[in-house]
Design a protein around this ligand. Structure first.
Ligand code: KIV
Ligand code: ZN
Length: 502
């Protein structure tokens, strides 16, 4: 019989921990709301004790999300568990996720604890968490490099202390699929009481096995998979949500389970996350890469034209790709726009609807076809434009083999500031002029990235750029059909974000 495989999304905790992937609180809330629309079962919102910023985000997400369980990570110590509970207590369905390493390497070198002390600590921490919350997850960190009998003892201790979810992480991405399968089977067959709890797998991708190992765990009976959107995560990342979900869906006979994920939201969720962290998918990334559904070779094209099933095991529409579909145009009324926004899963006030309407109408003057991707870009961009500095005007002069010039006018608290600067190209000139106005807040700029939101030479161009000051890095974003304007907006957005945190 098919059973429900729960999706535990840890993009906002294990994913966000990766270098270059940090998000501010508003971005985290935006991502959490999209994960809710995607219908993940559990959102791990952060590691509450790790910083005041993390605590605030976990708390805010707990209040904002209504249809998913919200979890916070906690080491197996009371102060962490106190903080985790404090942060999630307002969630409709709160979870405390506590963990302790069980491998000889971690116990000896990191924890400096004996195996008996580890068992005692698991008992204490899980029962302590259970006093706060009925939903307690225990993870045996580095489980795949632990001694099996000891791991079974640790799992049994956690279950007896009240854990209702037991997670078996492959923390360093060391396991092979056969090993993951036999390990989960071994635990399920030897630990009494394990049939009452959800067994979870949490795999890292150091040897490129994270998804294969997670699916092997599912085949062995795990009913919770921990993963991140786009496989974000430290080092080589975590198991990618979209690959696991489509694996389970496409090969349902093999895995004997189903997820509750609305797969039509996968593409948008993936794009949102890439956009927030200022990256783009590798073109051959499974499921969401630009070439994931492209058939270039003549023999393949011929086969697909004759019958799609010759070379296509999934269809792009299943993950929500609606390329170039005309959705709205110049003559669409406010009603049609409201319907479209609702269909895409957005909630909005009357005032916001008015602003989206104006932006969509302005865009329809410049662009023939307005697609779902354009609307996603407008909505996500509008949510992020508030800030101290606003662009009033720019004027750029650029020619081949000569220095470019840019005049920039910005507004700050109703006062206008104007500067002119030279540069190696129009964007460099514009950024130099902005630096003159803002006082060179940005110490380092990296990862300038531009991509088109949809196809066609009238497409919206989206720019992301990473700015650094006082050891803090933010991602600035800008959107326009004019790529110089998107570049300027991205830089101003980054500066506004730096001003909020330094
Ligand atoms: O990889 C890991 O072991 C973890 C645990 C904290 C679950 O992220
Ligand atoms: Zn992890």
């Amino acid at each position: 019989m098919e059973s429900h495989v729960k999706i535990f999304d840890t993009t906002l905790r294990d994913g966000e921990q990766a270098p270059g992937c940090s998000m501010n609180i508003n971005e985290k809330i935006e991502v959490a709301k999209q994960l809710e629309i995607l219908k993940v079962d559990i959102i791990e919102a952060g590691f509450a004790i790790s910083s005041p910023g993390d605590f605030n985000s976990v708390e805010a997400i707990s209040k904002a999300v209504k249809n998913c369980t919200v979890a916070s990570l906690a080491r197996a110590v009371q102060k962490d568990i106190d903080s985790a509970y404090e942060a999630v207590k307002n969630a409709v369905s709160p979870r405390i996720h506590t963990f302790l390493a069980t491998s000889p390497i971690h116990m000896e070198h990191k924890l400096k604890m004996t195996p008996d002390q580890v068992i005692e600590r698991i008992q204490q921490s899980v029962s302590y968490a259970k006093n706060y919350c009925s939903d307690v997850q225990f993870s045996a960190e580095d489980a795949t490099r632990s001694e099996r009998e000891f791991l079974a003892k640790a799992v049994k201790t956690a279950i007896d202390a009240g854990a209702n979810v037991i997670n078996i992480p492959d923390t360093v991405g060391y396991a092979a699929p056969e090993e993951m399968y036999t390990l989960i089977r071994y635990l399920m067959e030897t630990v009494s009481g394990i049939e009452k709890v959800d067994v979870a797998v949490h795999c890292h991708n150091d040897l490129g096995m994270a998804v294969a190992n997670s699916l092997a765990g599912v085949r062995a009976g795990a009913r919770q998979v921990e993963c991140t959107v786009n496989g974000l995560g430290e080092r080589a990342g975590n198991a990618a949500l979209e690959e696991i979900v489509m694996g389970i869906k496409t090969r349902y006979n093999l895995y004997g389970g189903y997820t509750n994920i609305d797969t039509k939201q996968i593409y948008r969720t993936s794009k949102l996350i890439y956009n927030v962290i200022g990256q783009t998918a590798a073109i051959n990334k499974p499921i969401v890469g630009a070439n994931a559904f492209a058939h270039e070779a003549g023999i393949h094209q011929h086969g697909v034209l004759a019958d799609k099933s010759t070379y296509e095991i999934m269809i792009p529409e299943e993950i929500g790709i609606t390329k170039n579909k005309l959705v709205l145009g110049k003559h669409s009324g406010k009603h049609a726009i409201a319907d479209k926004l609702t269909e895409l899963g957005y909630t909005f006030t009357e005032k916001e609807l008015g602003e989206y309407y104006d932006k969509i109408m302005a865009l329809s003057d410049k662009k023939k076809f307005i697609t779902d991707s354009d609307i996603d870009a407008i909505v996500t961009n509008r949510r992020r434009i508030e800030g101290v500095y606003k662009l009033v005007h720019f004027d750029v002069h650029t020619t081949k083999n000569a220095t470019s010039t840019c005049v920039i006018k910005l507004m700050r608290e109703n006062e206008e500031f104007e500067e002119v600067s030279l540069g190696q190209g129009p964007i460099n000139a514009a950024y130099n002029a902005i630096d003159k106005i803002t006082g060179s807040i940005c110490e380092e700029m990296s990862n300038y990235n531009i991509h088109s939101v949809s196809d066609g030479n009238d497409a919206l161009g989206e720019v992301t750029v990473k700015l650094k000051a006082k050891d803090k890095t933010v991602t600035g974003r800008g959107l326009s059909t004019d790529i110089i304007e998107s570049s300027i907006l991205a830089y101003i957005n980054g500066i506004n974000k730096l001003l909020e945190i330094i």
